[in-house]
Design a protein around this ligand. Structure first.
Ligand code: IPE
Ligand code: IPE
Ligand code: MG
Length: 243
């Protein structure tokens, strides 16, 4: 029997740690950056597939706060690749009614990358089919630190009382303030760690680790991840009988 996705159980928010570009390139005897270039095809496929099956939010970990510590040449190439991909993909985003969004400390991006990003975000702002969020210069601890700082300031200024700090208020002060919690977190390349990605937002996400290196990640792998997710029982602390 052909396996099919259950349309009633499509995750509302998928987040992907796109890992393994460097190892993919090394395996082919190429420079690491060739893996990043190849990885852009997998990005396009993941975006297309999520839009096709009705995922409303897709968040991609593209560059972490820790990734600034990589060799200069690699960082520079990644930033260039970001600019060229944004330019190239704008028509596809428009055609598929996809809104671009970003999370992270965007002030640290090179000006060219930041401006290009802002332009595409601006041009796609009224699109409604899906939100594609790029995590760029993103670190979850930094995000949490900023949230604590801005809430503390409001408490100090008497705008809010400490008792008024709720989950909802915390959410409102994160970069992801307008997004639902992550339902399914995927990491490619066989590594089984979170690497400072969306720590608050994945509190009850289903985790899916697969061995495929990101440049080899095709639509069928994403299908497998969603299919696997749909077979799981999400209990949120309750018992099976209560669901
Ligand atoms: C993921 O692939 C892309 C980024 C972190 C920007 P890597 O570059 O981490 O590839 P590996 O993990 O070294 O193979
Ligand atoms: C996580 O991958 C960051 C991105 C995918 C952008 P890394 O390759 O940087 O993670 P670690 O350092 O191996 O945990
Ligand atoms: Mg890696």
């Amino acid at each position: 029997m052909e396996k099919k996705l259950n349309q009633d159980k499509i995750p509302a928010h998928i987040a992907i740690i796109m890992d393994g570009n460097g190892r993919w390139a090394k395996k082919q005897g190429l420079l690491r950056v060739a893996g990043h270039e190849k990885g852009t095809k997998s990005v396009r496929e993941a975006v297309e597939y999520c839009a096709e099956v009705g995922v409303k939010n897709l968040t991609l970990f593209a560059f972490s706060t820790e990734n600034w510590n990589r060799p200069k040449f690699e960082v520079k190439t990644l930033m260039k690749l970001l600019v060229s991909s944004l330019k190239k993909e704008l028509p596809t985003l428009q055609k598929n009614n996809i809104r671009l969004n970003s999370v992270g400390n965007l002030d640290t991006l090179p000006e060219k990358a930041r401006l290009e990003l802002e332009e595409v975000i601006d041009k796609t702002t009224t699109n409604t089919h899906m939100t594609l969020t790029l995590a760029l210069s993103y670190g979850s601890r930094e995000e949490i630190k900023c949230m604590v700082q801005s809430i503390s300031k409001k408490v100090k200024d008497g705008e809010i009382q400490p008792e008024e700090i709720t989950d909802q208020l915390i959410n409102q002060h994160l970069y992801t303030f307008d997004m639902p919690d992550v339902d399914l977190l995927i990491r490619t390349s066989g590594e089984q760690r979170i690497s400072n990605f969306l720590l608050w937002q994945i509190a009850y996400a289903e985790l899916y680790f697969c061995d495929v290196l990101w440049p080899d990640f095709r639509k069928k792998h994403l299908f497998d991840a969603i299919y696997n997710y749909q077979k799981r029982e999400r209990r949120f602390g309750k018992t099976s009988e209560q669901l």
